[in-house]
Design a protein around this ligand. Structure first.
Ligand code: SF4
Length: 891
């Protein structure tokens, strides 16, 4: 039986004499979630569980409040007291909900402090890293039967940009990779394999039991094979490499017997000259995976989970690693010195001021909390039933496989029919978990969604019957925020930090030039941005032309000889800013992003990563404007770049460390946003993280901000409520035409045919519906009727959008209308002539749109000429803000 519960108390390790000799044990008291069978709980619901032998090591790391899982526990009775104990088949897992990555287990074994340093500094742009990636990709291709030379040439070309930035020549890299890959090919062909050898490349594994996730390089006959691009002339694999492969074995054994053999392939061995190198030069080294090794893996994983639960920063003393042989020694000493941390390596340098250390620690914790929230999303993969996941928009289920075909580069394209009306958070370009139905215990592959409509098309490494697609949570954003935090605090310019930490005010140069001659606020915003010696803020309420202003800012900076990083939270905003820039006649831009992320009409300025390294690097380095999302700013190729000014749009939707990822790369910065619209999305709910740097600086330095106060979108009637509630009444229509805009202004719309209701700029309708789950069918019906009225009056369907708070209601309405329907988050940044908002709620005001009035601001300010609010008047009138909204809408 499996026993799981929260630890109340952990006793001391003691020795007892047993019939097997002296043995160590620890007694832990836990409050179980549930006990299979009769159970042996005491009156207060707690039970005692005895952890025998080496599991006492885990008990030493366990603390009150942590979760403990004992698999294959047995019920015991000793002197009349009943309890539980580990058996020979048991594993003891601490904090099973914390998902440790397999590579983290590996680095922890090398030195726990190395695990911490890796988290802070991320993956650097370094030749061994890039070469390692290429060799891994070639390995995958070889397993899928691709020709060696073709695979090498293809992957070296694909890494053109990174290689160029590292100053490498393609031919030299091809030779080196070919030598490494030849070792693999030779080994594959060497009779090591038989016809029965079954191979799988890149296998994604998640273990709910052990709280570990990872991606194995390959499986051969179900056994893990790990590729290392270094050399190892010893007979045995290196211990930490062995641990990595053994961890995969543990995961593979979760639902059956674990594999008994692991293989490490040291590709550089075959490239060594036999006359010069001695030792065992064979690239493949096998080892037995015994029970002892698997238990060691779990105990190591438990150390990590416990350290994370206690927020302990490893010092390095926890392990036997020798600092003098450690390739991280310099980094380790610098980080220790700058953050004044105890470490085995010692400290160098001066510690950063205490307030900065506090800031670092606050955000470090907040980001780690966010990581736990991401882990909770992983957990839903196995905790929620397929129908529940589909209902929560986290999966598309019941797909009907249509086709699978292998592409020339060895990847597979899977095609399946999507059931009618199925909705989810998945979008084209997303990396998702494709499976044959069970993403945890069945066949599953990580793949990129190429198309998503009536059919889903997914590109994966290995073929499977595509029956289900799941949102695959990613820790990349969390990891990049940590690195941005590290870079800003430990490597950041002291003068920049003085301003960020309020030790001095930002300064500005006077700029007299006129940049925008028909809008004073926009002109002032450009002047401030150009004249800023530290930073400037542009506050852009809806429809005030902030994208247009950004384009002016970028052009003005480039004209002054500055190199500009143009960034935003979303690809959409980056491309909108680029579009505005190009409309103003500026084309000299390098857009960095994936082919699926970049909008089609911007692909011609997208920086191609493939190709001749020198050309690729020159294309990036010589671009006066580089445009990328803030997430991409944290990528290894951009993290090394530098700019004079970073212009960041949607800055109010970014967490503070998320913003740092972009502004770390520049001497000065301009943040553009509106803190009265959607705030950063923070799953853990941490308030510090949910407050953007834009908002913090806006509050601290209102003089550094320019508010764009003339809006070109909404009629006077529509904008009145938002202006009063969110912008102190300062927002006003830019022109009389905007102020008095009506639907009759639209081509094809017959003003005379519009009924009196349609002529009103703002309407409220209470259809007397009832919320059922996350939908309100009566309200959906009425929304459909309203949409039909507008279309009958000649309004183009593309000019109408419907906003609903829940995806269930989005689906309910989508079934009835042929216009765009989505949640408010999807519409931030866009607008439409007619907007219909369905509030769904009846009784209580419960739902995502009501969590923050700023969401309502976004919903209402999408409309240009006609806004219809559909909801339950009683529920809305129950809160003052919505009561005022009702008054205004009914006037
Ligand atoms: S220098 Fe020492 S303490 Fe630091 S990571 Fe290396 S082995 Fe660990």
């Amino acid at each position: 039986m499996n026993l799981r519960g929260t630890i109340i108390d952990v006793g001391e390790v003691r020795s007892v004499s047993t019939r097997h000799g002296e043995r160590e044990l620890v007694e832990a008291t836990i409050r179980p979630e549930r006990i299979d069978g009769e159970g042996a709980a005491t009156a207060d619901g707690s039970v005692t569980v005895t952890l025998w032998g080496k599991w006492t090591h885990t008990a030493e790391h366990a603390g009150e409040g942590m979760d403990l899982l004992v698999t294959e526990a047995e019920e015991t009775e000793f002197r009349g007291e009943r309890g539980y104990a580990t058996t020979g088949d048991s594993y003891v897992v601490l904090e099973p909900d914390f998902l440790v990555d397999v590579t983290d287990v590996r680095s922890w074994v090398q030195c726990p402090r190395m695990y911490y340093l890796n988290k802070l500094s991320g993956v650097p742009l370094a030749y061994p890293v890039v070469k390692g990636t290429i060799v891994h990709e070639v390995f995958g291709d070889l397993l899928r039967g691709r020709d060696l030379d073709a695979a090498v040439a293809d992957h070296v070309e694909a890494a053109g940009l990174e290689l160029g930035l590292l100053g490498r020549e393609a031919e030299e890299v091809r030779d080196e990779v070919r030598r490494n890959a030849a070792a693999i090919e030779g080994w594959l062909a060497q009779g090591t394999l038989t016809d029965e050898d079954e191979w799988r490349s890149e296998y994604t594994l998640i273990s709910p039991t052990f709280g570990i996730k990872g991606r194995a390089d390959a499986l051969r006959r179900g056994m893990p094979v790990e590729l290392k691009t270094g050399k190892n002339t010893k007979r045995d694999p290196r211990f930490h490499d062995k641990i990595q492969a053994a961890t995969y074995a543990l995961l593979l054994g979760e639902s059956g017997d674990p594999p008994d053999t692991g293989t490490l392939l040291y590709t550089k061995n075959a490239a060594l000259d036999r006359s010069e190198a001695s030792g065992d030069l064979s690239p493949a080294k096998e080892f037995s995976v015994g029970r002892g090794l698997l238990e060691f893996v779990v105990r190591t994983r438990n150390e990590i989970a416990a350290a994370e639960a206690e927020r302990r920063v490893p010092t390095g003393y926890e392990a036997d690693a020798k600092c003098e042989w450690c390739f991280e020694q310099d980094t380790c000493m610098v980080v220790s010195g700058r953050l004044d941390q105890e470490s085995k390596a010692g400290q160098v340098g001066t510690a950063i001021p205490e307030e900065e250390r506090e800031y670092f620690e606050t955000f470090y914790r907040a980001i780690e909390d966010e990581r736990r929230a991401v882990h909770a999303e992983y957990r839903k993969l196995w905790e929620q039933r397929p129908a529940e996941r589909a209902a929560a928009d986290r999966a598309l289920i019941d797909l009907e496989p249509l086709d699978r075909r292998q592409l020339p580069d060895g990847d597979w394209e899977l095609r399946a029919r999507v059931p009618d009306g199925a909705v989810s958070k998945l979008r084209e370009g997303d990396v998702a978990l494709a499976s044959a139905g069970d993403p945890i215990d069945g066949d599953a592959e990580l793949g990129r969604i190429e198309e998503l409509g009536d059919e889903a098309v997914v590109r994966v490494d290995e073929p499977l019957d595509l029956r289900r697609l799941d949102v695959y949570p990613s820790e990349i954003s969390v990891s990049r925020q940590l690195t941005a935090l590290h870079d800003a605090l430990l490597k950041g310019d002291p003068e920049r930090k003085d301003v960020l930490f309020g030790r001095r005010d930002p300064t500005f140069n006077e700029v007299a030039e006129t940049f925008v001659d028909n809008n004073d606020a926009q002109n002032d915003a450009v002047r401030r941005a150009v004249g800023a010696e530290d930073f400037a803020l542009v506050h852009g309420p809806p429809g005030t032309g902030k994208t247009y202003t950004i384009a002016h800012v970028v052009r003005a900076l480039v004209e002054r000889g500055e190199r500009v990083l143009l960034s935003a939270f979303t690809n959409r905003a980056v491309d909108n800013a680029l579009e505005a820039l190009r409309e103003q006649g500026f084309e000299d831009v390098a857009r960095v992003g994936t082919a699926t992320g970049v909008r089609e009409d911007m692909l011609d300025v997208r920086l191609e990563r493939r190709g001749e390294p020198n050309d690729r690097a020159a294309a990036l380095r010589s671009a006066p404007v580089v445009a990328a999302t803030t997430a991409t700013c944290g990528s290894r190729e951009l993290r090394e770049d530098s700019f004079d000014v970073a212009v960041v749009d949607e800055a109010s939707q970014l967490t503070e460390p998320g913003t740092l990822a972009a502004i770390n790369l520049a001497d000065r910065f301009v943040l553009v946003g509106d803190h009265q619209q959607l705030p950063p999305v923070v799953q853990s709910g941490d308030e510090r993280l949910a407050t953007s740097l834009f908002e913090r600086l806006h509050d601290a330095h209102p003089d550094a901000a320019t508010m764009l106060d003339r809006q070109y979108r909404m009629s006077q009637r529509i904008q009145a409520f938002a202006s009063r509630e969110f912008y102190d009444g300062a927002l006003r229509p830019a022109t009389p035409e905007v102020a008095g805009g009506t639907l009759s202004d639209l081509p094809g719309v017959d003003g005379a045919a519009l009924g009196p209701e349609l002529r009103r700029g703002v309407r409220f309708i209470d259809p007397d519906g009832r919320r059922e789950g996350n939908a309100n069918p009566v309200e959906a019906e009425r929304v459909a009727a309203v949409v039909a009225e507008y279309l009958d009056a000649g309004v183009d369907p593309d000019d109408v959008v419907v906003i609903a708070p829940f995806r269930a209601q989005v689906a309910e309405i989508s079934r009835r209308v042929d216009v765009a329907v989505d949640t408010v988050d999807r519409f931030q940044g866009s607008s439409a002539e007619v907007v219909v908002v369905s509030f769904v709620a009846t009784g209580d005001l419960d739902g995502p749109i009501f969590e923050d009035t700023r969401r309502v601001n976004v919903a209402l300010t999408r409309a240009k000429k006609s806004l219809v609010l559909v909801g339950d008047a009683g529920a809305l009138a129950s809160e003052p803000f919505y009561a005022r909204m009702l008054d205004w809408a009914r006037r």
